[in-house]
Design a protein around this ligand. Structure first.
Ligand code: FAD
Ligand code: MG
Length: 278
């Protein structure tokens, strides 16, 4: 059992939860993730760490309430418990001096960039962060990203804050004006796909953090398989970070929609049981 320390709404449908998990908090590295099960009937929810405090023994995660299990996580109050928190899982990013590093994040993909940027800056990298959301009210962790960035570019689809348009448009402009050494991106699959196409055009290395449907997260069930460079890889143990120019994004997008019907049934039932109108 792992105690919830806080569970606060950042913007509608996106929450930040801190959980007491001293061993994981000490060991987890940028790029890794955990799997949470809220209760013994619960699904396994893979979630990337957005921060960790080894002294307090806390792991922080930012999650979007998209369906039954993430909404259930959202009901937990400080002092309550999740049944399991498994981790750290996955391969961390390589920490070294690259030079100019662009962090590109969309929506709930922004928080996992924070520990990566914090660590890479300590290695002397120049950090340019490009973060975006549909509108200004949905943008998360701007202040935190500012604190670890040498340059911060904000985009919103509707122009209500920063530059109007997509993060990838801003990325292309940065790539035109600077010699970027590495791009790290977390966000919607379509954003990571377009960023990878741009990176390929400019000949810049890009690392994407994949979030396919995942079950056991230890390399046994093969549910999170994806095609990278023509080979089958498991996002849980070989990733979740891969060279974006080699990822078959169209296959991933198709497979992420496999259980839409079942997910809707589960959410409708959850809403009914909890008196939520859907
Ligand atoms: P559902 O209604 O069951 O599903 C909604 C959609 O979420 C589905 O259509 C599917 O595309 C996806 N999904 C469903 N089940 C899973 C599953 N077991 N694994 C992965 N995707 C699933 N989300 C965050 O908000 N923050 C994060 O930091 C984060 N990190 C992730 C790291 C990894 C390595 C992976 C694989 C996923 C991550 N996700 C993250 C996605 C998150 O796990 C899913 O949104 C969540 O499991 C959905 O569960 P649900 O029951 O609420 O939604
Ligand atoms: Mg689910």
């Amino acid at each position: 059992m792992f105690e919830v320390v806080s569970n606060d709404e950042l913007v509608p449908n996106i929450k930040r939860i801190s959980i007491k998990a001293p061993v994981v908090a000490k060991k987890i590295q940028p790029g890794q993730f955990v799997v949470i099960r809220v209760n013994d009937e619960g699904e396994r929810i893979p979630l990337t760490h957005a921060d960790n405090d080894p002294e307090k023994g806390e792991v922080t995660i930012v999650y979007q309430e998209v369906g039954k299990s993430t909404k259930l996580l959202g009901t937990l109050k400080p002092g309550e418990y999740v049944l399991d928190l498994l981790g750290p899982l996955g391969v961390p990013i390589e920490l070294k001096k690259y030079g100019i590093v662009v962090l590109l994040g969309g929506g709930v993909g922004i928080p996992p960039l924070y520990p990566k940027g914090k660590a890479l800056r300590e290695y002397g990298n120049h950090i340019i962060s490009i973060i975006g959301a549909r509108n200004k009210d949905l943008l998360v962790m701007e202040d935190e990203m500012k604190s670890i960035s040498d340059e911060l570019i904000v985009t919103t689809d509707d122009g209500s804050k920063g530059r109007k348009g997509f993060t990838v448009d801003a990325l292309k402009d940065v790539l035109k004006s600077k010699k970027v050494d590495l791009i790290i991106t977390v966000g919607p699959l379509i954003m990571m796909k377009n960023a990878s196409l741009a990176a390929k055009d400019f000949g810049v290395r890009i690392e994407v953090s994949l979030n396919p449907i995942m079950l056991d997260a230890t390399g046994m069930c093969a549910v999170c398989r994806c095609t990278v460079g023509g080979e089958t890889k498991f996002a849980c143990v070989h990733g979740p970070i891969f060279d974006g120019t080699k990822v078959n994004f169209d296959e991933l997008i198709r497979r992420s929609r496999t259980y839409l019907e079942e997910e809707k049934v589960a959410l409708d039932l959850f809403n009914k049981q909890n008196g939520v109108k859907s």
